[in-house]
Design a protein around this ligand. Structure first.
Ligand code: ATP
Ligand code: MG
Length: 146
């Protein structure tokens, strides 16, 4: 498989279009015949990362790249950043506002879910410097990383 790279813009606080980037990734992976299990893991990670940019971050992007051995999703934003990454990774930790909770978000399960579903996750952030979440999914010899 030739290397494929894509980049999608994510607009902060745009709940109307939120989730569109991860749907595009999902559609592309389907067309490349990855297994439903693999696509599901990538889709969960893409969606949770995208929602975090919309809810907590600043404007940003979802970039993804596939090569024969791995798929990489890089979600970054220029928002306020995460003060304590270790804490943010814990199940149930959330700084979501009431308006987010009313929409069904704010369980503090996004980052833990991303950690569970990606083969590797690296969160880089600094207060005032934005946030970057890089997730790697290994692809096996059949071209299917499930
Ligand atoms: N891109 C980001 N920019 C700034 N803070 C973030 C970002 N992503 C996550 N955080 C911080 O990490 C916390 C935990 O994120 P996580 O996705 O696990 O939970 P949540 O978004 O609050 O709730 P849920 O994902 O379950 O709806 C957030 O509440 C927020 O404080
Ligand atoms: Mg979240």
């Amino acid at each position: 498989m030739a290397a494929i790279k894509k980049s999608y813009y994510i607009k902060s606080r745009d709940f109307i279009r939120a989730g569109e980037a991860s749907i595009k990734v999902q559609t592309l992976l389907k067309s490349l015949n990855f297994s439903p299990q693999f696509i599901r893991r990538v889709a969960i990670c893409g969606y949770e990362g995208e929602m975090n940019v919309v809810m907590h971050g600043g404007d940003g992007s979802l970039k993804f790249a596939i090569n024969p051995s791995e798929l990489v999703i890089d979600i970054s934003d220029d928002g306020p950043g995460i003060i304590d990454i270790e804490k943010a990774m814990q199940e149930g930790f959330s700084t979501a506002l009431d308006e987010h909770r009313e929409m069904g978000f704010g369980a503090g399960m996004g980052l833990p879910n991303m950690k569970r579903n990606a083969d590797k996750i690296i969160v880089t952030s600094e207060k005032g410097e934005g946030t970057r979440v890089r997730m790697v999914f290994f692809i096996d010899k059949e071209g299917d990383g499930s």
